[in-house]
Design a protein around this ligand. Structure first.
Ligand code: AMP
Ligand code: TRP
Length: 346
């Protein structure tokens, strides 16, 4: 049976605790796009070794993330959820694609500049990170990539790499398109609303975590920074605090911002912040409950990841083979992997 639905692919790092920002730009869109196409969601563990990390924590947070992805609504029957390190094609593709990636363009990536600034040790992997990401996407002949605003530049690089490869070695990759949320593509820190809510850079009070207990969530919204002028109006440049809260409420309830402005016209900031907190509690509490249940069964999580890896390998392999072939590497009958039977060509 042929599947004419678009191919969907996204990746998410198994580092730190996932935030409401990740929910808005990531999880929420993954669940929506799994309805639209043949969807692959990759826990990008190979990306997580590009900054200082702890091996024991990586192990735990990889399983945490798997549980959280299923808890937020990904369905193992419909979507392929897997770990990047289980599909060796990703590491191989990154090396091959580095031949058609510009050093200058990598140096212009804002994420690289932000994460390397002021660090004593900057790994080579942090610099080549977007090449690995390009390989993730291109190996699956991806049409749609659901991501938050902060990944725009990386996606642009992936498109450039694909075009350069196609031009140099012959038509091989589909050119992917990003899918960005209309509202909530960039959720801001509750304490510093001009900065992105971030797993690594936000303070405990500035970030809402997807597994925060209800009372912690309420408290964080109560102490959220607002603006001096007492009016609940959407104006991200002039009123970043209130605008961020309006976006969060819209993400949590699905109500358009204009409607929220009308509903809260004349309300005080205290009342509004409390309402936003309650809406987020309602959104996250069921996810947290499902997370706890799924996380306690590690064998089942491992089984689901094994099934996902198997399917991902099968889909990625023909593209990787085509890359080797078109780049001029010698092909032998037994294939590259200890005589394993591997499909050939696209
Ligand atoms: P990461 O945890 O960096 O792997 O990010 C996973 C997904 O969450 C990516 O698609 C990001 O673009 C998205 N994301 C991260 N932070 C935010 C934020 N503050 N607002 C919206 N989306 C975000
Ligand atoms: N760089 C992305 C982030 O930090 C994660 C990622 C890795 C990704 N590979 C990807 C996202 C492929 C989309 C597609 O959020």
């Amino acid at each position: 049976m042929t599947d004419n639905r678009p191919r969907v692919f996204s990746g998410i790092q198994p580092t730190g605790r996932k935030t409401l920002g990740n929910y808005s730009g990531g999880f929420r869109q993954y669940v929506q796009t799994q309805e639209q196409g043949d969807a692959f969601f990759c826990i990008v563990d190979l990306h997580s070794i590009t900054v200082d990390y702890d091996p024991t924590e990586l192990h735990e947070s990889t399983l945490d993330l798997a549980a959280l992805l299923f808890a937020s609504g990904l369905d193992a029957e419909r979507s392929t959820v897997f770990c990047q390190s289980h599909v060796t094609a990703h590491a191989e593709a990154a090396w091959l694609l580095s031949a058609v990636t510009s050093y200058g363009q990598l140096g212009r990536m804002t994420q690289f500049k932000d994460k390397s600034a002021g660090r004593e040790f900057v790994s080579a992997g942090l610099f080549t990170y977007p090449v690995l990401m390009a390989g993730d996407i291109l190996l699956y002949q991806t049409d749609l990539v659901p991501i938050g605003d902060d990944q725009r530049q990386h996606l642009e690089l992936a498109r450039d790499v694909a075009e350069r490869f196609n031009h140099r070695f012959g038509e091989t990759f589909r050119i992917p398109e990003g899918v960005f949320p209309e509202i909530g593509g960039r959720i801001m820190d509750l304490q510093e609303p001009t900065k992105k809510m971030s797993t690594t850079l936000s303070s405990e009070q500035g970030a809402v975590y997807m597994t925060d207990p209800p009372d912690a969530i309420r408290k964080k919204f109560k102490s959220a920074v607002t603006d001096s002028e007492r009016e609940i109006r959407y104006d991200p440049d002039g009123k970043p605090g209130i605008s961020n809260l309006l976006e969060i409420m819209s993400v949590a309830t699905g109500e358009p911002i204009a409607e929220l402005e009308r509903r809260f016209a004349g309300a005080g900031y205290g009342e509004f912040k409390e309402a936003v907190g309650e809406a987020v509690v309602e959104l996250l509490a069921p996810i947290r409950e499902r997370f706890e249940a799924l996380r306690s069964d590690e064998r089942e999580l491992q089984r689901l990841l094994a099934v996902g890896a198997e399917k991902a390998r099968r889909v990625a392999e023909p593209t990787l083979e085509a890359m080797y072939e078109r780049m001029g590497f010698v092909q032998v009958e037994a294939g590259r992997l200890f005589g394993a039977a591997r499909p050939r060509g696209l």
